[in-house]
Design a protein around this ligand. Sequence first.
Ligand SMILES: [Zn+2]
Length: 434
Amino acid sequence: MSVAHILRAELELVTAGAVTAPESLTIGSVLRPDLPLARDGWGDPYLPATSLAGSLRRQAGLTGRAEALFGNVRPGDGTDAPESETVAIASPVRFLGTRLELPQPPETRHRTATDRHRAAAQPKTLHSRELMPPGTKILLWLRLDTPYPDAPLLDELVDLLATWHPVIGRGRTTGHGQTILTRVLKRTIDLDSADGLRHWLLNGGPELVDEHAAIVYDHEKDTVPNPLTELFGQPMQFSVADALHIGNGAFLDRPGRRTGVFTVLRDHDDLPIVPGTTWKGVLRSRCEFILRSVGLDACSSVGENTGPCSTCALCTTFGWTENSGTPRNTPPDDETTKSTGARGLLVFADTVIRDGTRRIRNHVALDRIFGGAAKGALYSHETVEGGTVTVSIRHDREKPIPDLARAALLLALDDLATGRLGIGAGTTRGQGTL
Ligand SMILES: [Zn+2]
């Protein structure tokens, strides 16, 4: 007989995030988001344990212990098997499953791409994504069997968990899916003892980790630094010179009024925000413009007949995918262009607009013949006037940012600060200046 150790790792989402369900893609549907949450058979949001297994395995790979903890399938290296044979090693650590606890229902975010030449939204790139709110608890159960109650492999696993900062799902470079590990509980079940055997046989599933479990990791007492660091030392603060409108396509009907209002995007605390996707998109497009203007190598990643080149400094820094924007000029034919994308190095977070005043601005079109207001053209936007926003651009301290990209980013931020570049809607009519 042996000893079974059941670990319960408790993670918490710091920013909104989710694993999307490609199997339930609803292309062309107006009722459901383009990228819905992965859900289980009961319709509840679900996080596949494989997603976390991959992340933890990668963390173990940094210290060369991936195979010892999580198994492997590889060609023989001559010592354990001939090189012509495949060696398969089972993972000693088992990922039993996950459970999610959502404080609020999931939200839907919309985003689009900006055409680099027309400086307006690119057709056919609007898409929506469902996200779980920050504060969502992710419980992960792990099992490790050892011959004796004390096991070095178990201690190694706990130490590994303590250094782990998993990111859930897609969109990590726009600040989505960041998590912190809050606690790890360990329940050791000695199957040679009557107590252990009784607990093992009478309980199952999550109940195996009961009140006899020991806390082996507590975030409150943690000293492991976050691997992400601010690119320019600290977040940059801007004040809003006029008014900002960054919407989510949400339209609110106002009873008794002639028109509804297009509301601004809010976070889960109902505060207006500038999403990480906006910062990333605006700054990338400006960096491309700056580098191209001075004759340096930079692609035009979105627009008619263009696409990311995958080789310039900005593609390295901001990431690229084969299908962002319109298809590329040259079809991928040789081996080197088979890759479908690469993740960017920078992480742009959602930032709250603080101390601003929310105001409704009404707009109407003029009738070109009679000079009065055109019928049926009245519409209203909610805007945030004044206030301050912070731009947080972070990167992994292990992965340096190319100098060219850093310089372009600094110039692009200067353009934001001097008002040459705006964010959100209506930048050509007195909105979006910082
Ligand atoms: Zn490029």
